[in-house]
Write a protein that binds this ligand. Structure first.
Ligand SMILES: *Cc1c(COP(=O)(O)O)cnc(C)c1O
Length: 414
């Protein structure tokens, strides 16, 4: 009797019930599947190229790419070989391996505004260090951030302030993305105490449509930071290596003073970086920032190979090609079902939302059905394409989304 109940339960469900006993909330953070529709698996066991497998052996075309880190495809052979070669020598030592210098030189060469590089583990480390370098460099306190923007999960920036104090955010002032007058109003409020303006390459707040940057807005931020002698900090943690080979604002010709990087820079290996120009070298020199694993060599070797492969394989072009096919396919499916949708943001970081769907009911049904049919998407977070997505993968994903649109039409009407 007990045995047949156990057999009926999926591996994912069994792991979830064990996790509930020993992990806060059963799971936490952005990978907590509890808020997603029940069709979404919580646990995964394998990834290869564009495909992933959950704990029950179901295969998916992966359109989330681990929420950003996978940019060349899971287990890219060149990156895996470089990481394995470093691991065979050493990873965590009393001092960094020589590849830390090589990685810093490579980034300074490939990223326009960068004169130096500092490495950490997570994007939050990088954005936090940028803010500290700006404060140390200017001797000022106030930092402007866009309302609703995500810059990490430290007390100064976590979107859910449970467990933080008002003092943690005492020096933050908000502006509205792409709205220069709102920045000027914020500047008036801070007087002569402005350390930095933090901005993402485009507006990619979860749960809302994406908005590309207005070039005049970006230039305006640069001008204001110059006038105020403050730092322009580009949070390239999510967009870095997806929009360009180099900084995400290089195509529009606006250089930040400091930039924060992580997610895609080592194709899934844990590393982040702060890049800065000479103006903020002294500010960075003054900081004490560190971590037990910040100097680990395997992720650095993986980052070097990821960045080289990224250019060799023209990863941005590939992602754009796959992303365009996906966008066109989704548009024509939605039209043929008479379902109103919006697709926003760059094609390689797509966001799909439904008309008249403030509660995400359509998005939940669409994504649940699409997942059940073999493509892993997300109901309210932007998706990510990788350079491993072929035309065949997109066709396969579109078979799944076709079922998703059919379900939306059936439940919500024409
Ligand atoms: C993910 C993200 C961060 C935080 O990075 P972690 O590695 O999760 O700490 C910061 N900024 C942006 C824009 C992000 O997408």
């Amino acid at each position: 009797m007990t045995e047949s109940i156990e057999q009926a339960q999926s591996t994912d469900a069994a792991l979830r019930s064990r996790a509930k006993a020993v992990i806060p909330g059963g799971m936490y953070g952005h990978q907590n599947a509890r808020h997603l529709p029940a069709e979404f698996p919580q646990f995964f066991v394998r990834g290869e190229g564009s495909r992933i497998w959950d704990a029950d052996g179901n295969e998916y075309v992966d359109l989330m790419c681990s929420y950003g880190p996978i940019v060349l495809g899971h287990r890219h052979p060149r990156v895996e070989a470089a990481a394995a070669a470093q691991l065979a020598r050493a990873d965590c030592q009393n001092g960094p391996a020589p590849c830390i210098v090589e990685l810093a030189e490579l980034l300074v060469e490939r990223v326009e505004h960068a004169d130096w590089a500092l490495f950490a583990k997570n994007g939050t480390d990088a954005t936090t260090t940028c803010v500290m370098a700006a404060r140390a460099g200017t001797g000022r306190n106030k930092v402007l951030v866009a309302e609703g923007a995500y810059h990490g999960a430290a007390p100064w920036c976590t979107p859910r302030p449970n467990g933080t104090t008002p003092e943690d955010r005492a020096h933050l002032v908000h502006y509205t993305y792409n709205d220069l007058p709102s920045v000027e109003a914020a500047i008036d409020a801070v007087g002569d105490d402005l350390a930095a303006i933090v901005v993402s390459p485009f507006k990619h707040d979860a749960g809302s449509d994406q908005e590309l940057v207005d070039v005049e807005f970006a230039r305006g931020l640069r001008r204001i930071c110059d006038e105020q002698d403050a730092a322009l900090i580009l949070d390239d943690v999510r967009c870095g290596w997806r929009l360009a080979h180099g900084g995400s604002w290089e195509p529009i010709g606006v250089d930040p003073d400091l930039s924060a990087w992580s997610k895609a820079m080592a194709n899934g290996y844990p590393i982040s970086a702060v890049l800065g120009n000479d103006r903020f070298r002294t500010g960075a020199n003054r900081l004490f920032v560190t971590g037990s694993f910040w100097f680990a060599a395997v992720a650095m070797a993986a980052a070097i190979e990821t960045i080289r492969t990224h250019r060799d394989e023209e990863a941005v072009d590939r992602m754009e090609r796959a992303g365009r096919l996906l966008r066109q396919g989704l548009d024509s499916q939605a039209a043929s079902h008479g379902v109103g949708i919006r697709q926003t943001g760059p094609v390689q970081m797509p966001e799909l939302s439904f008309e008249d769907d403030a509660g995400f009911d359509k998005a939940r049904l669409f994504s649940a059905t699409t997942v059940r049919h073999g493509a892993y998407v997300h109901p309210w977070h932007n998706w990510f394409l990788s350079a491993a997505h072929s035309e065949r993968d997109i066709d396969r994903a579109l078979q799944a989304t076709e079922a998703g649109f059919a379900a939306v039409r059936k439940t919500f009407g024409d």
